[in-house]
Design a binder for this molecule. Structure first.
Ligand code: URA
Length: 441
């Protein structure tokens, strides 16, 4: 009861737009985590933060309190520096599968705790678990062992990490309090800080297929994440990257893993479509390497390009898969399994002016590649493969994309109609810009 009275004072203060003290924030989050402060008071605070905001210092305190609500790791015993990359989530975003092993190949250990997908953007864990045998659910000791022995591990957050975020996110989801930069920052950052990596690099996606729709919103979040990470004593940087069209050519789960492997193998097939994704991957990996090892960005970028070209990044990926129990031979066999496929064609000639990432993501979700609600089963082979990219010249009847799923051929035609609406065909060639909009250090 005493906690609830104190909580009311904190609520009054934030409602009036005043800054909360570090101890007030810490005690509120601790009380909420341990069930002494009820959900309705936490929801009220979340709403007050949405309306009145938080200073950088308050956001850092909130992040710290959430990080300390559970277990957090330290890698001080490793002989190499540590780094991780976080993406705010994009359609077809399989770049973690390339970036994390690439940074590891450059001598940086990468402890990467990732999430499962919900809604329109897929989760890295779901993609990795389409590799037969690959387990993302490692106990903390096993995660430690893989990072130490291989140099990179990609696993899911266990319930021991940031329990306050899990509880708070469930409330934010149903109380209209997701859209707040301080709350988003504390949520993302507390989980990343708990991993213990010394360097954090953020890929803040911006556009139709992203959480942040406008450059101003994306930049505000990127600045807030970088400031928060630095306040916690980590080295940090961010890229704001375009997310209007899907990243690369595959949107799904197993097909995205296969595309990431092609990127790591530097195979030329579909190189045009992939080159933009590769540019972003190398840039993010280079930021990780440059900050973690204290070397210049140009030197780090050159090293990343070398480690891609000589197969070292691919070797790291393979070693990580093996350490997690995965079997790439069985993955190749899975990819050869018969599926139901449907192709869509262009209704007229012209240029691909745009491919609406959100519409493509909705189609992939409908096909069974994603989850509408937590716990839904995913079809690992479901998804969309684009055969053209923005700026391509096309003729009437030319194939634009294929849709695929393991079962239920009857649903495919309606999914196809939806996917067709994602393509804008123009008579003029559209300007194509680099995916990288801004770098924030
Ligand atoms: N992702 C998170 O982990 N938390 C948020 O609040 C928003 C996106």
């Amino acid at each position: 009861m005493a906690e609830q009275m104190v909580a009311k004072i904190v609520l009054d203060k934030k409602r009036e737009g005043r800054a909360l003290g570090s101890a007030e924030i810490r005690d509120f989050i601790s009380g909420f985590t341990h069930g002494e402060i009820p959900d309705y008071q936490m929801s009220a605070l979340a709403m007050a933060i949405c309306c009145k905001g938080m200073t950088e210092r308050e956001t850092a305190d909130l992040t710290d309190a959430m990080m300390r609500s559970g277990a957090y790791l330290s890698w001080d015993d490793l002989p190499v520096p540590t780094a991780d990359k976080h993406s705010t989530g994009g359609v077809g975003d399989k770049l973690s599968l390339v970036i994390q092993p690439l940074a590891a190949a450059c001598g940086v250990a990468v402890p990467s705790l990732t999430g499962r997908g919900l809604g329109l953007t897929g989760g890295t864990a779901d993609k990795l678990e389409t590799i037969p045998g690959y387990s993302c659910s490692l106990a903390i000791d096993d995660f430690r062992r893989v990072v130490t022995n291989v140099g990179v591990s990609m696993a899911v957050q266990t319930d021991e990490i940031c329990p306050a975020d899990k509880k708070l996110y469930a409330l934010r989801d149903v109380t209209g309090t997701v859209a707040s930069i301080p709350l988003i920052t504390a949520s993302i950052l507390s989980k990343k800080l708990a991993e213990g990596a010394g360097t954090l690099v953020f890929d803040v996606k911006c556009g139709k297929g992203a959480f942040m729709k406008t450059p101003d919103e994306a930049k505000a979040l990127a600045n807030s994440l970088v400031a928060g990470a630095k306040a916690a004593g980590r080295r940090a940087a961010a890229l704001v990257t375009r997310m209007d069209a899907p990243l690369g050519r595959c949107i799904g789960n197993a097909n995205e893993v296969a595309e990431a492997i092609e990127m790591l193998e530097c195979r030329s097939e579909g190189a045009e479509l992939r080159s933009a994704s590769l540019e972003v991957s190398v840039e993010l990996a280079a930021l990780m390497v440059s900050l973690a090892r204290g070397i210049g960005l140009d030197e780090a970028r050159n090293e990343c390009n070398e480690k891609l070209a000589d197969g070292s990044a691919l070797a790291k990926f393979r070693a990580m898969v093996e350490a997690h129990g995965g079997d790439l031979g069985r993955f190749a066999a899975l990819r050869r399994k018969p599926t139901f496929k449907f192709a869509i064609q262009a209704m007229r000639s012209g240029y691909i002016g745009a491919i609406d990432a959100e519409k493509v993501a909705r189609t992939a979700l409908l096909l069974g590649a994603g989850r509408e609600k937590a716990g839904d089963r995913i079809d690992p082979l479901a998804g969309v493969t684009l055969t053209v990219g923005v700026g391509d010249r096309i003729t009437t009847g030319q194939q634009l994309a294929t849709l695929e799923r393991s079962a239920d051929p009857d649903g495919l035609e309606s999914c196809a109609a939806q996917l067709l609406a994602a393509f804008a065909i123009t008579s003029e060639r559209p300007d194509t810009e680099s995916l990288i909009m801004e770098r924030i250090n």
